[in-house]
Write a protein that binds this ligand. Structure first.
Ligand SMILES: [Fe+2]
Length: 210
């Protein structure tokens, strides 16, 4: 099973002015491509697991041969995370509030959109070094805000992500330099709430095909 970059569902400049075209191009063609390449290299060294779905490998890292475990975790996680990340963004269109079932769940779990955004933004700002902030459905079926280091994905601990934000510096440094808070604030304008609602209702939740 050989992995490839998924198609980007919009042009590099589609998220301007909130996320700039150069960042999108480098993020997709360099960073994401490198995760794909290094994941493929790792799986070539472990053919006994190469045909197992990536999300399954990440849920059961203890079953991945130790020689390639870190590579599958980091580069497989990087591929899964970025494949999901592209889908939960869309060109800014003014409709920046969630609808559907996920809106009801956010209201019930966080007391409204504003408190949820505050909690999520704080989690994103609070990631030390490189990592991700997430809105997940946790093991008990409840919505929760959380974060992961590096390229870890919440599925590694039994949670299902329905929204995620990359807070690695490569995601914002060209435009926002060290202003991670400014990047987080801008990013809310390009969240694809329809995709989040679909993930909430039982879509892929981050699962991808090779
Ligand atoms: Fe990234």
């Amino acid at each position: 099973m050989k992995y490839e970059l998924p198609r980007l569902p919009y042009e590099y400049d589609a998220l301007e002015p909130f996320i700039d075209a150069k960042t999108m191009e480098v993020h997709y063609t360099k960073h994401h491509q490198t995760y794909v390449n290094k994941l493929n290299e790792a799986l070539e060294k472990a053919p006994e697991i190469a045909d197992r779905p990536l999300d399954e490998l990440l849920r059961h890292l203890d079953e991945v041969p130790e020689a390639v475990r870190a590579a599958v975790r980091n580069h497989g996680g990087g591929h899964l995370n970025h494949s999901f990340f592209w889908t939960i963004m869309k060109p800014p269109a003014g409709d920046v509030a969630p609808g559907g079932k996920v809106a009801e769940a956010i209201d019930a779990s966080f007391g409204g959109l504003a408190p949820f955004k505050d909690a999520f933004s704080a989690a994103a700002a609070g990631v030390f070094g490189s990592g991700w902030a997430w809105l997940v459905i946790d093991a008990s079926g409840r919505l929760a805000v959380t974060s992961t280091p590096n390229q870890d994905n919440p599925i590694m601990r039994g949670e299902r992500p329905i929204l995620g934000l990359d807070v690695w510096e490569h995601a914002y440094y060209l435009k926002h330099q060290s202003d991670r808070a400014g990047y987080i604030k801008d990013w809310w304008s390009v969240v694809n709430w329809q995709a989040v609602d679909e993930a909430f209702k039982g879509g892929s939740g981050g699962a991808i095909a090779a």
